[in-house]
Write a protein that binds this ligand. Structure first.
Ligand SMILES: NC(=O)c1ccc[n+]([C@@H]2O[C@H](COP(=O)([O-])OP(=O)(O)OC[C@H]3O[C@@H](n4cnc5c(N)ncnc54)[C@H](O)[C@@H]3O)[C@@H](O)[C@H]2O)c1
Length: 483
């Protein structure tokens, strides 16, 4: 247990921060001025292998000590307001819980009475530093976020900072937290990032594929009943000229019929890492009896959930740049700062989309209705389909109502993809489990645009145009230019 026997140090909380005990519209609560976090003896780990010259200096703090255990008397106590069935999982490990989807999900599950632990290497914050990017919204450190959540709700979320590619670290988190379900968001998730250069392509596939393999081995070794809820992407399927099914398709060939995994046609090294993950998970379900749900998620938009709206220190990140920003979020920020909406090529690219409030709902539904042992279950997690041109038209219309003059330009497509194509993807399984979708509405667009306007002074307009080309991907390490 070397990782758990470690040195500790204090972090002072800036007095300029609004105390979290004083949530929006609530009374003030006294806060400690410092708290203790633990670091591993082998405190710093290289992020990528020695051969990766560009990133030799990158380090990630690795620890298996649950930070928040220091500030709570009984981290395993806690109420379950929403679930009455005691056979359902109680303890949920959220890998990647400091990221966009993971943060919102960790808070949502904690609010619903699950015991939650966040596992995160904080590498996403490092990418921002390396590329000179920033979230539209100011985001607090993970430590302040969790202190704030505790102060407002009285609920503890445990925190394990480390890289899941480090199996020793992951083993210790499993043995320490003993999860009933693992929600795995913890991957490098940008297609453009994976297409910057060779080292980023290699990093993406190592980080994602080995991280997921380690999670599978940890479940097999330490928690064989644990349900894996893995975030995949609709991008794994590509854009076939037939309907996209949920994971499997029944085919009759030369008079014989079988139900087979739906064909995958990924279109970046990132999307390919997700396909490799899916194959590894499917194999271990068969071979070891792992129970798993692969959530092929569409493009997520929005920023607020019930929980992240409770206090400014709980605010989620919102990416608008050409590397990490996703279509609708990017368009809203572009409209807010008077930048023309950047449609890539012809703009007929059609994808599934969902509100971040539905991401958290879908994950909760998957956890509450676990896959059976040995089952590899696939859900297509989105609520509506839009083409890029349709999104641009919706944002233009909503912008007009707010007095914004929204223009659209077509920019050369940096990706290799069909710009006009058939697209019809099934997405009924989560609805059958009880998903109540938040469909894209005028009011949501209004609120997202207003949010973007509120923070528009933080926008670095140099980061808006796409700067990574699928065709010009380099062998040599590249710095993404601040155009
Ligand atoms: N955001 C979307 O629109 C979208 C769409 C489809 C699928 N997804 C999937 O959902 C998941 C979460 O996406 P997101 O937008 O929240 O991404 P994000 O980058 O905001 O969050 C990912 C988090 O995982 C952490 N992480 C990465 N590698 C890790 C490792 N090896 N060990 C520990 N932590 C690690 C990062 O530090 C980060 O906090 C990803 O797997 C992504 O592929 C996202």
């Amino acid at each position: 247990m070397a990782h758990l026997l470690s040195t500790s140090f204090s972090v002072k909380i800036s007095s300029s921060n609004r105390p979290c005990g004083q949530p929006l519209n609530q009374a003030r609560t006294a806060l400690p001025s410092s708290f203790t976090i633990k670091t591993s003896k082998s405190s710093f780990k290289r992020l990528v292998s020695k051969g990766d010259r560009t990133r030799k200096s990158c380090v990630v703090l690795a620890t298996a000590a649950p930070v928040s255990k220091e500030v709570t008397a009984n981290p395993r106590s806690g109420s379950d307001e929403s679930r009455s069935d005691s056979s359902k999982p109680q303890r949920v490990m959220v890998i990647g819980g400091d990221g966009y989807c993971g943060w919102a999900t960790a808070l949502h599950l904690s609010n619903k009475g699950y015991e939650v632990a966040i596992v995160d290497s904080l590498v996403r914050r490092l990418f921002d530093h390396q590329l000179g990017l920033d979230s539209l919204t100011p985001i607090s450190s993970i430590h302040n976020r969790l202190r704030c959540w505790k102060a407002i709700t009285g609920k503890t979320i445990e925190l394990y900072i480390g890289d899941i590619c480090d199996f020793e670290f992951l083993s210790e988190t499993f043995n320490s937290f003993e999860p009933d379900a693992v929600v795995h968001f913890g991957e490098q998730r940008s297609a453009p990032y994976s297409m910057i250069d060779r080292s980023r392509a290699v990093f993406t596939q190592k980080n994602n594929v080995i991280g997921t393999l380690n999670v599978l081995f940890a479940i097999k070794e330490f928690r064989e009943e644990c349900h894996l809820v893995k975030l995949g992407t609709m991008g794994e399927y590509g854009t076939p000229n037939i309907d996209i099914e949920e994971g499997y398709i029944t085919i009759t060939h030369n008079g014989r019929t079988d139900t087979l995994p739906y064909p995958k046609q990924a279109s970046s090294f990132y999307h390919l890492s997700k396909v490799h993950d899916s194959n590894n998970i499917a194999f271990t379900c068969k071979a070891w009896g792992i129970r798993a749900t692969d959530l092929n998620q569409g493009v997520v938009y929005g920023v607020k959930t019930d929980e992240t709206s409770m206090h400014e220190q709980l605010c989620n990140r919102l990416d608008y740049d050409g590397v990490f920003g996703t279509a609708l979020n990017r368009f809203c920020v572009q409209a807010a700062v008077g930048h023309p909406l950047t449609v890539y090529g012809k703009g007929g690219q059609t994808r599934g989309y969902l509100d971040i409030r539905d991401t958290v709902q879908c994950v909760e539904l998957a956890i509450a209705n676990p896959a059976k042992p040995g089952e590899f279950r696939v859900f297509n997690q989105f609520t509506e389909q839009f083409s890029v041109n349709e999104l641009a038209a919706l944002v233009t219309k909503a912008g007009k109502k707010l007095g914004l003059d929204v223009q659209t330009i077509s920019v050369p497509n940096p990706r290799v993809e069909a710009e006009e194509h058939y697209y019809n993807a099934k997405h009924t399984k989560l609805i059958e489990l009880g998903l109540k979708p938040h469909l894209l509405s005028d009011s949501l667009l209004d609120s997202l645009l207003n949010f973007a306007i509120e923070f528009k002074d933080r926008v670095d307009t140099k980061q808006i145009m796409p700067s990574v080309s699928w065709k010009k991907i380099g062998v040599k390490p590249q710095t993404v230019p601040a155009n």
